[in-house]
Design a protein around this ligand. Structure first.
Ligand code: C2E
Ligand code: CA
Ligand code: CA
Length: 594
């Protein structure tokens, strides 16, 4: 049977149509697959982003949220097409606003531009404002159709917590967790920018634990790390009590910034306090481990500009270390520093004596039982130029190094005997004055002869003079110290062993030491009210001294409680700021008027 040509044509057309439909369907499927693959790719790309991304419809239904956002907002599993609930709040310009209100406010005037709000905050869910998250916030909007009547909002949130964490870590010392040099630099820049406004002084103290690599080689890595941690905690505590800043710059190096000071003495005083603490605070297997630190100090504005202040502190530290262990050096303005230059020291000291820049101050020492002032310690002061008062801790080590301490010692003795004579003439009550002496002085030829001659020429009773030698100095050259001290005693003057408790004096050494008085070091009583171990030690030392026929003085008494406690231990004499600071002679003599 033959088909009509119309039928053939129809069949052919149908076939072509079918093929076309099949091809189109195939193509559509392919396109769909390609689109799905693309969507999948974008999804993945958004999911690995650290930023949270959210697409909201104009009625706040969630059209898309990447995994970071799902986590950040703790979205339920079936979150798509649901409204955002609870509504997060965003803080812009100090005001918390619900996110939906905030976004719609932005686009009220139909602006299509992207808005960005760096450094804002977000509070999500029930956690409230307390747990707000620092963020950078971006929002944009796009039309959902050709009519421009429907919109959706694309939101990106950059969580800044990780960055903060990272910057925190990089700004702290790994071992001690104290802020590091990087942080110091940042803080200092801020402080410096304000400093001109307030017309104040600022001090930087660089502390270096002496001899640390040797210590490390002796006690091992772990123990030495422990020392650093221990020291860091101590500095941290001290910083809290005194409101200053402390940094662990590197290894055995720490930086302190005193943001407001009146005089350089405050920085020196703090350094001494830290040095003394370091000298006593660490024990290994119950045995006290003696550490020392060198300190370099720079002061704004005296030591330089804010730009070079830290460098100057390093320079000062370097200077301090040149003088040996445990020294403090202040970086002084050019002309003063010049005088500290070793080559010029000779002239400086002669000038100073000639220009009357040295002055002997007297600190009262009281009898414990009735608190009557019965003695004084002569403490030298260098008043340089108009305002500069240089504490003895700074210039004495230098003078010791150059040998001019001998000259200074002679000066102090002659000032004291002259003063004694004046007091005698003006009928003040007789007062025994203690004079500090360095090992160098006592080793020097003619030392005893000079004392004898001074006493004789001013006709001063030798009972009115006492010499103090530190435990450390006495032990450095035992033979000479012993011989000379005995010669001195023959003149009738008394001897005190100073800073007792800071060295390693043995009982047998102490027994034969020709001292009349033991002066217990201030560091041993600094924390005596809180520390019962210190109480036991000091009590035992007083008993030991008494059993050897010596009298006891405790220095560094700063309050009534300390005085009472030491009185209860039977200490004979007390010295400290509580009874009086070192005073110029004319002020001191008010205390000994008859
Ligand atoms: P030092 O002999 O141990 O003198 C005691 C130091 O402690 C003095 O510091 C004194 O002012 C201070 N001091 C006394 N009571 C208290 C207190 O309650 N609290 C506090 N925080 N401090 C107190 P200064 O006058 O700065 O003398 C420091 C060191 O300089 C002296 O220590 C001494 O070793 C040395 N020195 C002072 N004058 C002379 C001197 O004429 N010749 C020699 N060779 N050395 C001297
Ligand atoms: Ca002394
Ligand atoms: Ca002392």
């Amino acid at each position: 049977m033959l088909l009509s040509w119309e039928a053939v044509l129809t069949c052919g057309l149908l076939f072509v149509l079918l093929i076309t439909v099949l091809i189109l369907q195939y193509k559509r499927n392919q396109l769909k697959k390609r689109i799905e693959a693309k969507v999948q790719m974008f999804k993945k790309a958004f999911d690995i982003s650290e930023d949270a991304i959210l697409v909201l419809s104009s009625d706040n239904r969630i059209l898309y949220a990447n995994t970071t956002l799902q986590k950040l907002f703790s979205l339920p599993e079936e979150f798509l097409e649901r409204p955002l609930d609870p509504m997060p709040k965003i803080k812009i310009k100090k005001e918390w606003v619900p996110l939906d209100r905030f976004i719609s406010g932005l686009h009220q005037n139909n602006h299509d531009k992207m808005h960005s709000f760096p450094q804002s905050s977000l509070a999500v869910g029930e956690r409230g404002m307390q747990s707000s998250i620092p963020i950078n916030f971006y929002v944009d909007r796009s039309s959902a159709g050709s009519t421009h009547t429907q919109w959706y909002h694309i939101i990106a949130i950059h969580d800044l917590r990780k960055e903060f964490e990272r910057s925190q870590i990089s700004n702290r010392h790994k071992l001690t967790n104290l802020p590091n040099q990087l942080q110091a630099q940042k803080d200092l820049n801020k402080l410096f920018s304000k400093i001109h406004l307030h017309n104040r002084k600022l001090a930087l103290l660089l502390i270096d634990i002496d001899n640390f690599s040797q210590i490390r080689s002796i006690i091992g890595y772990e123990q030495s790390e422990e020392i650093l941690i221990y020291f860091a905690r101590y500095l941290e505590q001290l910083a809290k009590e005194n409101t200053f800043y402390v940094y662990h710059t590197f290894s055995n190096n720490f930086l302190i910034c005193l943001p407001v000071i009146e005089t350089v003495d405050e920085a020196v005083y703090l350094s001494r306090q830290i040095q003394k603490e370091l000298g006593t605070f660490y024990k290994i297997n119950g045995v006290q481990f003696h550490l020392s630190a060198s300190v370099g100090i720079s002061i704004y504005p005296e030591s330089g500009t804010t730009i070079n202040l830290l460098d100057r502190a390093y320079k000062a530290l370097n200077e301090a270390q040149k003088s040996g262990y445990g020294h403090i050096h202040v970086y002084l303005p050019n002309e003063i520093e010049k005088k500290y230059d070793e080559l010029e020291l000779f002239n400086a000291i002669h000038d100073a004596i000639g220009k009357d820049e040295f002055e002997v101050y007297y600190q009262p020492i009281v009898r414990t039982k009735d608190k009557e002032v019965i003695a004084a310690e002569a403490l030298i002061r260098w008043k340089h130029g108009e305002y500069w008062y240089i504490p003895p801790d700074i210039f004495i080590p230098m003078l010791e190094k150059s040998g001019f301490i001998i000259e200074l010692g002679r000066y102090v003795l002659s000032e004291v005997v002259k003063q004694q004579k004046r007091w005698e003439v003006f009928k003040f009550k007789p007062i025994e004055v203690s004079i500090n002496m360095s090992l160098l002085e006592i080793e020097a030829e003619g030392f005893v002869e000079n004392v004898a001659q001074q006493l004789a020429s001013h006709q001063i009773a030798p009972e009115l003079i006492k010499f103090e030698i530190t435990e450390g100095a006495a032990m450095e050259n035992e033979d000479i110290a012993d011989r000379q001290l005995r010669e001195l005693k023959k003149l009738g003057v008394a001897i005190a062993l100073d800073d007792f408790g800071t060295g390693y004096t043995s009982f047998s050494y102490l027994k034969q030491f020709p001292a009349d008085v033991l002066k217990i070091d201030k560091t041993l009583v600094d924390y005596i009210l809180e520390n019962d171990e210190d109480q036991r030690i000091v009590k035992a030392m007083i008993e030991l001294g008494h059993s050897l026929g010596m009298k006891l003085v405790v220095e560094g008494i700063e309050n009534q409680e300390m005085a009472d406690l030491l009185a209860s231990y039977g200490c004979d004499y007390l010295q400290g700021y509580y009874f009086g600071k070192p005073l110029p002679a004319y002020e001191f003599q008010e205390l000994i008027r008859r």
